[in-house]
Design a protein around this ligand. Structure first.
Ligand SMILES: Cc1ncc(COP(=O)(O)O)c(C=O)c1O
Length: 342
């Protein structure tokens, strides 16, 4: 574990990094007693409501973008370019926050795994409402080249450009989750709670990187962080998390070796692939909605909750343990609008 001195240095350094205040943090931590009953017992379950973060229908991306847009503003950027799928929460939140801070926003979006004839994802409709310029592409492989050619196009027009990679999952973006780790450690201390396991959905890696780095600085966060994949293999995600976390380590002076040891990823809940619902995820979505009035999303959080429910049902998490499920948002993926909606 990182020493007290290193922790103090890192938390002071974190406060010095420029950040725009664009969210409604601290978000609440709630208890899910009726879910516990529905599962027939098992650990105490808490939920961190980052789906309440705010702009653009919230979610974990707001925390990352508070840092990346501060960086873009300081560099004098006029246009922000980023990418994702047509239901991308990251893209939508970027569009909302760019509108809020007065930046142009261009989104490079690939098709979703599923859709319904005559409709388009509500997220895409809302991207346009926020004034983002949409560039639809044929596949994920075209994201990088399209962002590069758009950046060149804007620069030719004499504009300064900030390109934000997929999911804002770079070390500076992950700082948002390091900060969130401190927020949670403080909330838990105030309520005299100790969390054994923290479960969350892990995809482009920035959230988990920020949380495992945060765990080094704020050990009161939890004993173990567990990422559940909606997409890649555990090895792929762990490698990405490790590389982003080591970037965070360099920014904040945290021991990288310790962080590598604390990266745990499950990939048994992906089903047939990214964005394709699984029966277990659909069950998790329904149970949460009907026992607690909490809505998950079909792409990310329902698969992560399906993982947690499965581990509880298998008896892998004891009755004496406390689990914190981190709700990272994304519910907009439940909605579609008519294709010709104004
Ligand atoms: C709702 C939601 N949850 C979880 C994630 C995963 O976060 P990360 O990409 O930082 O691993 C994402 C983004 O991909 C998301 O939109």
């Amino acid at each position: 574990m990182t020493s007290d001195e290193q922790r103090e240095w890192a938390s002071r350094r974190l406060l010095e990094v420029p950040r725009l205040e664009l969210s409604h943090a601290p978000t609440p931590i709630e208890e899910l007693p009726r879910l516990r009953v529905a599962l027939g017992g098992g650990p105490r379950i808490l939920i961190k409501r980052d789906d309440y973060l705010g702009p653009g229908f919230g979610g974990n991306k707001v925390r990352k973008l508070e840092y990346l847009l501060a960086e873009a503003k300081r560099a004098g950027a006029e246009v922000v370019i980023t990418c994702g799928g047509v239901k991308s929460n990251h893209a939508r939140v970027t569009a909302a926050l760019c509108a809020r801070v007065g930046l142009e926003c261009a989104l490079v979006l690939n098709p979703a795994a599923i859709g319904y004839q005559g409709t388009e994802p509500a997220s895409l409709h809302i991207d346009r409402l926020f004034g983002a310029k949409i560039h639809l592409i044929g596949s994920r492989l075209e994201r990088e080249p399209m962002m590069e050619s758009l950046a060149a196009h804007y620069r030719q027009q004499g504009k300064r450009v900030a390109v934000i990679p997929l999911g804002a999952s770079v070390p500076a973006g992950a700082l948002g989750l390091v900060r969130a780790a401190g927020e949670v450690a403080q909330q838990l201390a105030q309520r005299q709670l100790k969390v054994d396991l923290l479960y969350h959905c892990s995809s482009s890696g920035g959230t988990q990187a920020g949380l495992v780095a945060g765990q080094q600085i704020f050990p009161g966060l939890c004993r173990k962080v567990v990422g559940v994949s909606p997409d890649g293999t555990a090895a792929e995600i762990a490698e990405t998390v490790s590389s982003i976390a080591s970037g965070v380590g360099e920014l904040l002076g945290i021991d990288n070796g310790e962080m590598r040891e604390s990266i745990h990823v499950f990939d048994g809940y992906v089903g047939n692939g990214y964005g394709i619902p699984t029966p277990e995820g659909e069950e998790a979505l329904r149970i949460l909605a009907q026992t607690e009035g909490v809505l998950l999303d079909p792409v990310y959080t329902a698969k992560a909750m399906a993982g947690l429910i499965d581990q509880i049902r298998r008896g892998a998490i004891g009755e004496d343990q406390t689990v914190l499920f981190w709700h990272t948002g994304g519910q907009m993926a439940l909605f579609y609008v008519p294709e010709d909606a104004a």
